[in-house]
Ligand binder design. Structure first.
Ligand code: SF4
Length: 340
C-alpha cells in the first residue's frame, strides 16, 4: 500500500466580522491506498473545513490557506487551477455530504442528478449514462432501480436518499471518497446498513475513504486508522486499536468516556466539561488546557510536540514528556466499557 494523499502543515483561516478565525492550524496526515481513515472531534474542531479544503470547496475570498500542501498523486491540490481541479473533483476525489435532503436537488430526477457527473467526466451517450445510473442504483442496493431512476428525491426515504447520494459520489469510480458525517441524519438501523454498504463498495472498488464523524461507534465499525482533532489540530492519531485500547491524550479519553455503552447504567451521559477555545485568538499552549484535569504549567504556554509511540501512533501531550508526573490511564482508555 502506498500513500494516495498527504496533507502537510495545512493552515486554513476565515475572515469574519469578529476577526480572523484560525480553523485549521497546522495539520499533517496521510491516507493509504484502500484504507479508511476516520477524523473525529467535536463540532468546530476543523474536521469538515479540512476535508472541504481537500475538495477545494471552501468559499473564496472568505477563506484563506496561508500555509500547507495537499498532495494527491504528487500534485499540490491547493495550487491547481479551477479548471484542473474540476477534472479531479468528482472523478478522482468525491464527497458524500452530511444531509442527503439538502445535497439532492428537489427539482431534478435522481437519474438526472447521477448522470450529471458522468456526462461531465466520461464521454458517454445519453442512453449509456442512464444505463450506468441504473447500474449504480443497483450497486447501492436500491430496489426497483429502473423505476426509481425517474423519480424525485421527495419520493425516497432518508436511508434511500443517502444511498442515492453515495451512488452519485461513486459514479466516476473515484480513488478517494470523503464522507462527511454520512449517517448523522439516519436512524441506527439505516446507519448500520449505510456503513455496511460503504465497506462493501470499498472492497469492490478499491477506494480509499476519509470518514468524518463525531460518533466513535461509527469509527469502530469502519475505520482502519483514526485522527482525533481538537481546535484545528490533530492531537492524537493511531490505528483503531491504538485509539480504543491504548489512547494517551486526555481529550481522547474524554471522547471515549462520553461514548454510551450497553453496560451504561446511569441515565445521564458523561460530557467533557467546558468548551473549546476561541479560534480567533487560539491559545499559545495546548488547546485542551482549559478543560484538562491533568493540566500543568507548561501546558498553558507551550504547545507539546508529537510523541511517536509507534510508527502509527502519535500524541501531542506534555504527559508523555519524561519530566511529567506519571498518571494512570483511565480504565476506559484501556478498552474498558465505562461503568459496566
Ligand atoms: Fe492536558 Fe497538558 Fe496534555 Fe494538554 S498537554 S492534554 S493540558 S496534560
Amino acid at each position: 500500500m502506498g500513500k494516495i494523499l498527504e496533507v502537510r502543515d495545512l493552515h486554513v483561516c476565515f475572515d469574519t466580522f469578529s476577526g480572523e478565525v484560525h480553523a485549521v492550524r497546522g495539520v499533517d496526515f496521510y491516507l493509504e491506498e484502500g484504507e479508511t481513515l476516520a477524523i473525529v472531534g467535536e463540532s468546530g474542531s476543523g474536521k469538515s473545513v479540512m476535508t472541504k479544503c481537500i475538495m477545494r470547496l471552501l468559499p473564496t475570498p472568505l477563506s484563506r490557506i496561508p500555509k500547507g500542501e495537499i498532495l494527491y498523486k504528487g500534485k499540490n491540490v491547493i495550487k491547481l487551477k479551477e479548471k484542473e481541479m474540476q477534472t479531479v473533483r468528482g472523478s478522482e476525489i468525491s464527497m458524500i455530504f452530511q444531509d442527503p435532503m439538502t445535497s439532492l436537488n428537489p427539482t431534478m430526477t435522481i437519474g438526472k442528478q447521477i448522470t450529471e457527473g458522468l456526462m461531465k467526466h466520461q464521454n458517454l451517450s445519453k442512453k449509456e449514462t442512464k444505463m450506468r445510473a441504473i447500474q449504480l442504483l443497483t450497486l447501492v442496493g436500491l430496489p426497483n432501480p429502473e423505476k426509481r431512476v425517474n423519480q424525485y428525491p421527495h419520493q425516497f426515504s432518508g436511508g434511500m436518499r443517502q444511498r442515492v447520494v453515495i451512488a452519485m459520489a461513486i459514479a466516476c469510480n473515484p480513488k478517494i471518497l470523503i464522507a462527511d458525517e454520512p449517517t448523522t441524519a439516519l436512524d441506527v438501523t439505516i446507519q448500520s446498513q449505510i456503513l455496511e454498504l460503504m465497506k462493501d463498495l470499498q472492497v469492490k472498488m478499491h477506494t480509499s475513504i476519509i470518514i468524518i464523524t463525531h460518533d466513535l461507534g461509527v469509527v469502530a465499525n469502519v475505520a482502519d486508522r483514526v485522527a482525533v482533532m481538537y481546535a484545528g489540530i490533530i492531537i492524537e492519531t493511531g490505528t483503531v486499536d491504538e485509539i480504543f485500547y491504548r489512547s494517551n491524550h486526555p481529550y481522547t479519553w474524554g471522547l471515549l468516556t462520553s461514548m454510551p455503552t450497553l453496560q451504561t447504567k446511569s441515565t445521564r451521559l458523561v460530557a467533557i466539561p467546558g468548551t473549546p477555545p476561541d479560534l480567533i485568538s487560539p491559545p499559545k499552549g495546548c488547546p485542551f488546557a482549559s478543560r484538562c484535569q491533568y493540566v500543568m504549567e507548561v501546558c498553558i504556554n507551550h504547545m507539546p510536540d508529537y510523541s511517536n509511540l509507534t510508527d502509527t501512533h502519535l500524541v501531542a501531550c506534555w504527559l508523555l514528556d519524561d519530566r511529567a508526573p506519571r498518571i494512570e490511564q483511565p480504565f476506559i482508555a484501556r478498552g474498558g466499557t465505562g461503568d459496566g
